[in-house]
Design a protein around this ligand. Structure first.
Ligand SMILES: [Fe+2]
Length: 236
C-alpha cells in the first residue's frame, strides 16, 4: 500500500500562494492524500489558492475528489479574517463539485465563516471512514481548539489541523474553544494513535514539519501534565 498511497504537504506562501503575504505569514500546511492507482485525492484545508492546489494535485496525475476541513478558521477553509478575505472551500466549489467532509459540530461554524451552504457539507461522527480510492481515511473528532475540530488518520499519517502541533497545541481562547475538551482530546481521544504514526500539523510552527507520535509524546509540553487539574492549571 505504501507505493499506492499518495501524500503531499504543501506550505502556504512557498509551495502555493507565493504572492500572498497572508499565506506567507500564516505558514499553513495543506495536505493532499490519495490513491495513485485510481488517481483520486483528498485535499485537507485548501485555503488561499484552491485553484493552484487543484492544479498541483493534477500535475501529480491525480484528481481532487473530495475535501476534508480540519476546522472552521479562515486560514483553513477560507473566509474573512482581520480584514483579509482568504479564498477557500467556497472558491474551490466554483472550480470542482466535490464533497466537503466536516465534523457535525463544525457545520454551523463553517457555513458562517465561508458562506458555503450546509447542503455542500458532509457531516461526520468521530470514527467515520472516508474512502479515497482503496485508501481508508479515518476522521477523529478532536474538539478543544474549535467544537468540531478533527484529525485525519490515513496509512500511518495523522493530519492534525490546529489540534496538535509538534510543539504545543491549538489555542483554546478563541470563539468555540474549550480547554477542558482539549485536555480530553490530547489525553484520551488521541491516545489510541500509535507511536509510529507520523504527525503532520496544520502550520509549520517547528523546525521540523512532521514528527512521529513517540517523539511528540516525549517532548511536547502540552502532553506532559498527568492530570486534568494540572493540565487546566497550566494551559486553560
Ligand atoms: Fe485554527
Amino acid at each position: 500500500m505504501s507505493d499506492q498511497f499518495y501524500f503531499r504537504a504543501l506550505l502556504s506562501g512557498r509551495d502555493f500562494a507565493r504572492d500572498d503575504p497572508t499565506a506567507r505569514a500564516m505558514l499553513n500546511l495543506v495536505y493532499a492524500l490519495g490513491d495513485r492507482e485510481t488517481g483520486e485525492a483528498l485535499l485537507v484545508d485548501p485555503a488561499y489558492r484552491p485553484d493552484e492546489l487543484v492544479s498541483l494535485v493534477r500535475a501529480d496525475g491525480l484528481e481532487v475528489t473530495g475535501v476534508v476541513a480540519s476546522h472552521y478558521h479562515p486560514d483553513h477553509v477560507g473566509g474573512d479574517t482581520f480584514g483579509a478575505d482568504i479564498a477557500g472551500i467556497r472558491e474551490l466549489l466554483e472550480i470542482i463539485d466535490v464533497p466537503i467532509h466536516v465534523q457535525r459540530d463544525e457545520v454551523e461554524w463553517i457555513t458562517r465563516t465561508t458562506s458555503v451552504g450546509a447542503d455542500s457539507l458532509v457531516a461526520h461522527e468521530s470514527g467515520d471512514i472516508v474512502r479515497v480510492g482503496a485508501i481508508d481515511v479515518t476522521l477523529i473528532h478532536t474538539p478543544g481548539h474549535t467544537p468540531g475540530s478533527q484529525c485525519i488518520l490515513a496509512e500511518g499519517h495523522l493530519v492534525s489541523g490546529d489540534t496538535l502541533f509538534i510543539d504545543g497545541c491549538g489555542r483554546t481562547d478563541l470563539p468555540g474553544s474549550d480547554p477542558e475538551e482539549m485536555y480530553v482530546t490530547l489525553c484520551q481521544r488521541l491516545s489510541e494513535v500509535g507511536d509510529d504514526v507520523v504527525l503532520f500539523p496544520g502550520h509549520l510552527y517547528s523546525s521540523e514539519a512532521s514528527a512521529n507520535m513517540r517523539s511528540v509524546r516525549e517532548f511536547n509540553f502540552v502532553l506532559a501534565p498527568s492530570t486534568r487539574e494540572q493540565w487546566l492549571a497550566m494551559f486553560a
